[in-house]
Design a protein. Structure first.
Lengths: 263, 412
C-alpha cells in the first residue's frame, strides 16, 4: 500500500466536513510516511483574523529554515480543511507522544488558523471541524482519541512550545464522543425552506440566483459565475455580520442578504 | 562497504532484539506479578538452608516468627508439590525477599526464647536476649544442623551480638546467591518460551528483517537514526513493565519493518520448473520451497527468541557499544564513492542528513538500473524547527481569501 494519504479528502468529506484540495496535494511531501499512528494538532499563531487561511502559502512552501510542506492539513477559520500534502511534512520537530518519537513519519499534522492568544477565541465552527476531522482520521486508522495530541504535548524538551489556548483533554473527550457516535455533523441545507426555495450557492455555481447575489453584494456586472471574487465578497459580508465566513450562501446568509435590502 | 551497510544492518538487528526483549521481559514481569515464583524460590532456598525439606520444623517456625510473618499476608502454606521449581511455580502470599538481618534476628530469637509466642517468653519477665541465653537454649531450634551453625556464629562472635547477627546473615546471603542463580535460570527458560511465542505471534523473523534492511537504504537509515536516539536515552529500558511494553510496541510499530502477519505475501509454497524429460515431453515440476517456507522462519524466530533470553539491558549495552564503533567510522566523513569514468559527470548526488547517508537516484537513470525511491531521510529527533509558533512575519506572503482553492462538502 502506498504510504500516501490519498484517502484523506474522502474521509473528511465523509465526516460532513468542508474540504478544499490545494492543487498539487497528491504529490506534495515525500513518500517516506510510515504507518499513521495519530494526529498532532497545531495552530499557526498568525494573528490575522480577517482572512480565512492566511498561512496557506507558507504551509505549502515552508520557510527559509524549513522546507514545506509544513503539514498535511490546514484548517481555516470557517472549518474548511485545506489538503496541503499527501506525503510527509515537516510539522513535528523533536518530541514524544505515547512513546512515539517519529512525529513526521507517523503522525498527520493539522495546522489550524489561530493566533493561540486569549483575545482570539476559536470559532465554534472551526473547533467543531477540528474535533470531527481528527475523529474521522483516527477512525479510519483504527486509533482511539488517545492517539491525538497537541503539539505542545508532543514537543520535547517540554515547554519548547508555548501554551496553546486549545485544551487538549477536553479536545480528546470531544473526539472520543464523536468516535462513540454521539453528535452527528450539522450540514448546511441544500435548499432554503420557504416560498422561494433558493438553493444553497457556493463557488462554481452559475445561474440567475448567482446574478441576483452579485447584484445584492454590489459587485460589478460580470459573468454569472460564482468565482473566487464572489466568494471573497461573500466571506467579507459574512464576517461583517459575525456569521460563519465560509463563502457559502445557505439559508442563513440568504436571510441576511434579504435583511440588508429591508434596511 | 563495511562500516556502513553491514554495521548498520547489525545495529538494526540489535535494535529489534532490544525491542523484542523489552516486550518479553515485560510479559515475564506480568506473569511474575501473578504467580510470584520468586517467593517460591526463596521459600525453597530457606528450607534447603535450614535442612528442613518438608517445612515441618525450623523453616515453619521461622516463617511464622513475628518478624518474618509480618512480611506477607495470610497464613504460611508451604508448597507441598515435590516437582522441581520452575518460573511458573506459585509463590502464593509468601514474601519475595526476606532481609538477611531479619532472618538472623528471628533465628537468634527462636534459639533464645523458643517458638511459642504465647507463654512467659513473650511476657515482661522474659529473660533479656543475649548470646549466652541463645547458646544455652539452642535446642529450641530443634534442628541439629542449624544448631551447629548458630552455635558457630555465637562462638565466633565472642560475646558481640552484632557480630553474631552478621555471621548468620552472611551464611544466609551465601544461600540467597544460589537462590538468585536458580531463579535467573528458570526465568531464562521461561523467557525462551515467551520469546518464541512473541516471535511467532508478531512474526519477528530476524532473517527477513536483515534481508529487508540490507536492501532498503531508506529504511536502514531511518532505523539507525531511531536506534541512535534510543541509545542516548537510558530511560528507554527503565520504567514499569507496562510502560516498557507500550514503548517497545509503539517503537516496533513506527518502524516499517517486515514484522507481523498483515503484510505477509502468500506465494505458492513451491517453485514450478518446466523440464523436458527423456522422451522429449514437456512436464512441469514442483519443488517445495523448504527454505523460504519452513527453515527461514523457524531459524529467524528461534534467533529472536534466543535474543530475548539475554534481556533488554544486554542489548541496550551492546547497542551503545556498536554506536560508539559506528561513530568512529562516520560514513559521511568518507568521500562519496567514485563512479566509473564514463559517468563521472553525473556522479551520484549524496543527500546527507546527520549520519544517515542516502544516495539519491541519478537525474536520468539508465533504464537498466532500477530507480530507487527519492530518498531523503530526515531525522525528526534532532529537527528542532517546526512549523507553528512562528507567526508569519512581515516578509511572508499571506494568502488572501480570493486565492484559496474551492471547497467541497459540508452541504447536505
Amino acid at each position: 500500500m502506498s504510504p500516501r494519504l490519498t484517502w484523506l479528502p474522502d474521509v473528511l468529506r465523509g465526516a460532513g466536513l468542508k474540504v478544499s484540495l490545494v492543487p498539487g496535494w497528491e504529490t506534495r511531501g515525500t513518500d517516506t510516511l510510515g504507518r499513521i499512528l495519530g494526529v498532532i494538532c497545531h495552530y499557526t499563531a498568525t494573528p490575522d483574523a480577517s482572512r480565512n487561511m492566511p498561512t496557506l502559502d507558507l504551509l505549502i512552501r515552508g520557510r527559509e529554515d524549513l522546507p514545506g510542506p509544513l503539514c498535511q492539513l490546514g484548517l481555516g477559520r470557517d472549518g474548511t480543511y485545506y489538503v496541503v500534502a499527501s506525503g510527509r511534512a515537516n510539522h513535528a520537530g523533536r518530541g514524544e507522544w505515547n512513546g512515539i518519537t517519529t512525529g513526521n513519519t507517523n503522525f498527520i499534522g493539522i495546522e489550524a488558523e489561530n493566533s493561540g492568544r486569549a483575545n482570539d477565541p476559536w470559532p465554534a465552527v472551526q473547533l467543531d471541524a477540528y474535533h470531527r476531522g481528527v475523529a474521522a482520521i483516527l477512525r479510519e486508522k483504527g486509533r482511539t482519541a488517545a492517539s491525538c495530541c497537541g503539539h505542545r504535548e508532543y514537543a520535547l524538551p517540554s515547554g519548547r512550545k508555548s501554551d496553546v489556548n486549545l485544551e487538549m483533554d477536553q479536545f480528546r473527550q470531544r473526539v472520543a464522543a464523536i468516535l462513540g457516535g454521539i453528535a452527528p455533523p450539522m450540514l448546511i441545507p441544500a435548499v432554503e425552506t420557504g416560498v422561494r426555495g433558493r438553493p444553497t450557492l457556493r463557488r462554481g455555481d452559475t445561474g440567475q440566483f448567482v446574478t441576483e447575489l452579485q447584484q445584492r453584494l454590489g459587485m460589478p456586472d460580470g459573468p454569472a459565475v460564482f468565482g473566487p471574487k464572489t466568494e471573497a465578497a461573500v466571506r467579507a459580508f459574512q464576517r461583517e455580520r459575525n456569521m460563519v465566513p465560509d463563502g457559502i450562501i445557505g439559508p442563513k446568509t440568504w436571510a441576511a442578504i434579504d435583511a440588508m435590502r429591508a434596511v | 562497504m563495511f562500516g556502513s551497510r553491514i554495521l548498520e544492518v547489525a545495529i538494526g538487528i540489535i535494535f529489534v532484539f532490544l525491542l523484542v526483549s523489552m516486550i518479553c521481559s515485560a510479559i515475564r514481569e506480568g506473569i511474575e506479578s501473578w504467580v510470584k515464583s520468586r517467593a517460591a524460590f526463596l521459600e525453597h532456598g530457606i528450607r534447603e538452608l535450614l535442612h528442613d525439606r518438608h517445612a515441618v520444623g525450623i523453616a515453619r517456625s521461622l516463617y511464622t516468627h513475628p518478624l518474618v510473618y509480618g512480611l506477607y499476608a495470610s497464613e504460611y502454606e508451604p508448597r507441598t508439590s515435590t516437582r522441581r521449581l520452575n518460573a511458573l511455580s506459585r509463590g502464593g502470599n509468601l514474601p519475595s525477599y526476606v532481609p538477611s538481618r531479619i532472618f538472623a534476628l528471628a533465628l537468634l530469637d527462636i534459639a533464645a526464647r523458643g517458638t511459642d509466642t504465647r507463654g512467659a517468653a513473650s511476657g515482661p519477665h522474659a529473660p533479656e536476649l543475649s548470646l549466652a541465653l541463645a547458646r544455652e537454649n539452642v535446642l529450641n531450634l530443634e534442628n541439629g544442623a542449624v544448631q551447629r551453625v548458630v552455635l558457630g556464629a555465637i562462638d565466633l562472635a565472642r560475646g558481640d551480638m552484632e557480630l553474631a547477627i552478621a555471621n548468620i546473615a552472611a551464611w544466609y546471603d551465601s544461600a540467597m546467591d544460589r537462590v538468585s542463580g536458580a531463579y535467573k535460570r528458570a526465568t531464562q527458560k521461561l523467557l525462551l518460551g515467551i520469546g518464541l511465542t512473541v516471535a511467532v505471534v508478531l512474526n519477528v523473523n530476524i532473517i527477513a528483517i536483515a534481508h529487508h534492511l540490507f536492501r532498503d537504504d531508506v529504511e536502514r537509515a531511518t532505523l539507525v537514526a531511531h536506534a541512535d536516539a534510543v541509545a542516548r536515552d537510558s530511560s528507554f529500558i527503565t520504567g514499569s513493565s507496562q510502560a516498557q511494553l507500550t514503548r517497545a510496541r509503539a517503537t516496533l510499530d513506527s518502524l516499517r519493518l517486515p514484522i507481523g502477519w498483515d503484510d505477509v505475501r502468500l506465494t505458492p509454497p513451491w517453485d514450478t520448473r518446466v523440464v523436458r524429460d527423456a522422451s522429449g515431453a514437456v512436464r512441469t515440476m514442483r519443488e517445495p520451497r523448504l527454505w523460504a517456507y519452513v527453515f527461514e522462519p523457524l531459524v529467524g524466530w528461534t534467533l529472536a527468541a534466543l535474543a530475548a533470553m539475554l534481556g533488554a539491558p544486554f542489548w541496550f549495552d551492546l547497542l551503545n557499544k556498536v554506536m560508539v564503533v559506528r561513530s568512529t567510522v562516520k560514513p559521511h566523513e568518507k568521500s562519496p564513492e567514485e563512479s566509473s569514468e564514463d559517468r563521472q559527470t553525473e556522479r551520484d548526488r549524496v543527500v546527507q542528513v546527520d549520519r544517515a547517508v542516502v544516495v539519491a537516484p541519478r537525474a536520468e537513470a539508465p533504464a537498466s538500473r532500477p530507480v530507487a525511491p527519492a530518498a531523503v531521510v530526515e531525522r525528526d529527533l534532532d529537527a528542532d524547527v517546526d512549523a507553528c509558533d512562528v507567526a508569519a512575519d512581515a516578509g511572508t506572503k499571506l494568502t488572501d481569501d480570493e486565492e484559496l482553492p474551492a471547497a467541497q462538502g459540508g452541504v447536505a
